[in-house]
Design a binder for this molecule. Structure first.
Ligand code: AMP
Length: 307
């Protein structure tokens, strides 16, 4: 079973109420790859980096079964750079800087060795590039999952709507669902978005969990209440990596298995926020992941007798 992941590999500067880092490795595809590699290998990465991206980070990804044949390195340019500042509630943030750098003229190429992959994770990236990757696949993957953000809605909404017609699952946060649909009610927003193409929609609500919509069904997964959240950066991408990693591992793309996959995604995301950047994701073991998934089961397990 194989998985292709596409997205940014970046440097981030992050400010939270608990601290500040000026330069830490990040990027949507970095988080997705770290998360998904817990469930299946190889993870076939497509991205672009500049001359400043540390070799140790590439080595660390490769050691976890991440293939980098599709990661282009540009010798005379810098990597994508993003900077954000979180509000005290840690659920909302302001983007301070988005420097596209190498991303400005990225033309992703799907290596021949990646063809035939059954799962495709389109991490947060220019919608045009997400579409180009779909179009290069000689055989349509069994499942295409897409993430995006308000930044692309602001500057490339038409392109984004084109990609939406071609994907199976869309992941967005509540603000983005409202922006995309023009509806305030998340139920109405979900209905409108499902009419744009995807068969499944996941609306992430940060510390308030996530909703999975499909036809007339809706499922809710909580986020684990954590004592300390240091840095929520990458939590959405980590969720996505855990979600598609579980689906690809089990080869089951039913609504029922997607319910399990969003619990797995939530468990992975709960690790991501415990340290700055992807640091925590590099340490976690299978036992820790299983233990956290069990905590989720306990969190929502209750008996009720209807009379
Ligand atoms: P998340 O917190 O899950 O939304 O992901 C944050 C990561 O996304 C950071 O590591 C950034 O480098 C990356 N990122 C931020 N803005 C963008 C963008 N416009 N396109 C792609 N990746 C981005």
């Amino acid at each position: 079973m194989s998985l292709i992941t596409v997205g940014t590999m970046a440097f981030d500067a992050i400010e939270t109420p608990f601290g500040k880092v000026d330069r830490i490795v990040g990027g949507s595809a970095t988080y997705v790859a770290y998360a998904a590699s817990n469930f299946l290998q190889p993870v076939q990465q497509i991205s672009i980096i500049g001359n400043d991206f540390p070799q140790e980070e590439l080595d660390s990804l490769q050691a976890r079964g991440v293939k980098i044949d599709g990661v282009e390195q540009v010798k005379d340019k810098k990597s994508f750079f993003w900077s954000g500042r979180y509000h005290t509630d840690m659920n909302t943030r302001d983007t301070l800087v988005t420097d596209l750098n190498v991303l400005a003229d990225f033309n992703p190429i799907v290596p021949d060795s990646y063809q035939g992959s059954e799962f495709l994770m389109l991490g947060n990236l220019m919608p045009k590039l997400q579409l180009s990757v779909i179009n290069q696949m000689k055989e349509r993957p069994k499942l295409i999952v897409m993430d995006t953000m308000n930044f692309w809605m602001d500057i490339a909404m038409d392109d984004l709507k084109e990609v939406l017609k071609k994907v199976d699952v869309l992941l967005v946060n509540d603000g983005e669902a409202r922006q995309l649909s023009g509806e305030y009610s998340l139920v109405k927003a979900a209905r409108a978005i499902l009419n744009m193409g995807p068969k499944f929609l996941i609306i992430k609500k940060g510390e308030h969990g996530a909703l999975l919509f499909h036809e007339n069904h809706v499922f809710f997964a909580p986020a684990l209440p954590l004592e300390d959240v240091f840095d929520p950066t990458g939590a959405g991408d980590t969720f996505a990596g855990g979600f598609i990693g579980h689906l690809a591992k089990t080869k089951d793309i039913s609504f029922n298995n997607m319910k399990t996959a969003i619990i797995v995604g939530s468990a992975l995301a709960s690790f991501c926020v415990e340290k700055f950047g992807p640091e925590r994701l590099k340490e976690i073991t299978k036992e820790e992941i299983d233990d956290r998934i069990s905590q989720f089961v306990q969190l929502v397990n209750f008996d009720i007798d209807l009379v």
